[in-house]
Design a protein around this ligand. Structure first.
Ligand code: AMP
Length: 194
C-alpha cells in the first residue's frame, strides 16, 4: 500500500475529538511512509488531516472540482492540488491514485464518496477495501445497518467484508494494510464504464 485516500467531513463536527482523530490519522499516515489522497479542501476534517499529514512529511495530493475551490479551499496550503471539472472526476481520480480508503466522520459527501467506492469494489472496477474510522462511536449505527443488509440478504458476505470498521487511526491503517480482496470475484464493470 502506497497511498491512502481519506474521505471526511468538510466540517469539523462539534466535539474536538473529531479533529483530534483527523490530526492523529494524518500523522499516522506519514509515520508509516504512506501518501494521502483527499478532497483538496482546507476546511473541516479535510483540512485537519491534510495539514497534519503534510507537516509530518507525507506526500499529500488534494483533488478538488473547480467549482468547489471557493467553498472548500480557504487557504492554499497543500502543494499538490489537482483541479478537476466535476464531482465524478474527483472521485474517479481519488480512487485511481489510492490503494485503499478510510472514512472519518462526515456528512452526505463523505457517505457518497465511501459508498460509491464500495459499489465500485462490488462491481470489480477496483478491489480496494474501505475502513470507517470510528470516533466517539460515530459509525456504529451504520455498521449495524450493514449487518442488517447482510442478514436480510441485500449484501453478500464478500461484499459486506469490503466495508470495515476500526476504533482509531492506527487500527484502521492496520486493517487496510491486511485487507485481502475477495478471490475470483466477477468483474462486472471496468474503470472505462464509470
Ligand atoms: P461532507 O461529508 O458532506 O461534509 O462532504 C465531504 C466532502 O465530500 C466535501 O469535500 C464535499 O465537496 C464532497 N462531496 C459532496 N458530495 C459529493 C459528490 N456527490 N461527489 C464527490 N464529492 C462530494
Amino acid at each position: 500500500m502506497k497511498r491512502v485516500c481519506v474521505f471526511c467531513g468538510a466540517s469539523t463536527g462539534h466535539d474536538p475529538a473529531y479533529a483530534q482523530a483527523a490530526a492523529a490519522l494524518g500523522r499516522a499516515i506519514a509515520a508509516r511512509g504512506l501518501g494521502l489522497v483527499y478532497g483538496g479542501g482546507s476546511v473541516g476534517l479535510m483540512g485537519v488531516v491534510a495539514q497534519a499529514a503534510q507537516e509530518s512529511g507525507a506526500e499529500v495530493i488534494g483533488v478538488i472540482p473547480r467549482l468547489l475551490i471557493a467553498r472548500e479551499v480557504h487557504e492554499r496550503r497543500i502543494r499538490d492540488l489537482r483541479v478537476v471539472e466535476t464531482m465524478h472526476e474527483r472521485k474517479a481520480l481519488m480512487a485511481s491514485l489510492s490503494d485503499g480508503f478510510l472514512a472519518l466522520p462526515g456528512g452526505f459527501g463523505t457517505l457518497d464518496e465511501a459508498f460509491e467506492t464500495l459499489t465500485w469494489s462490488q462491481l470489480g472496477i477496483h478491489r480496494k477495501g474501505l475502513v470507517f474510522v470510528d470516533v466517539l462511536g460515530y459509525w456504529q449505527g451504520l455498521d449495524r445497518l450493514l449487518d442488517r443488509m447482510l442478514a436480510e440478504g441485500f449484501l453478500k458476505p464478500d461484499t459486506r467484508r469490503l466495508a470495515m470498521l476500526a476504533d482509531g487511526p492506527e487500527a484502521a491503517l492496520d486493517l487496510l494494510a491486511a485487507f485481502v480482496p475477495p478471490a475470483d470475484a466477477p468483474v462486472w464493470a471496468t474503470a472505462a464504464d464509470i
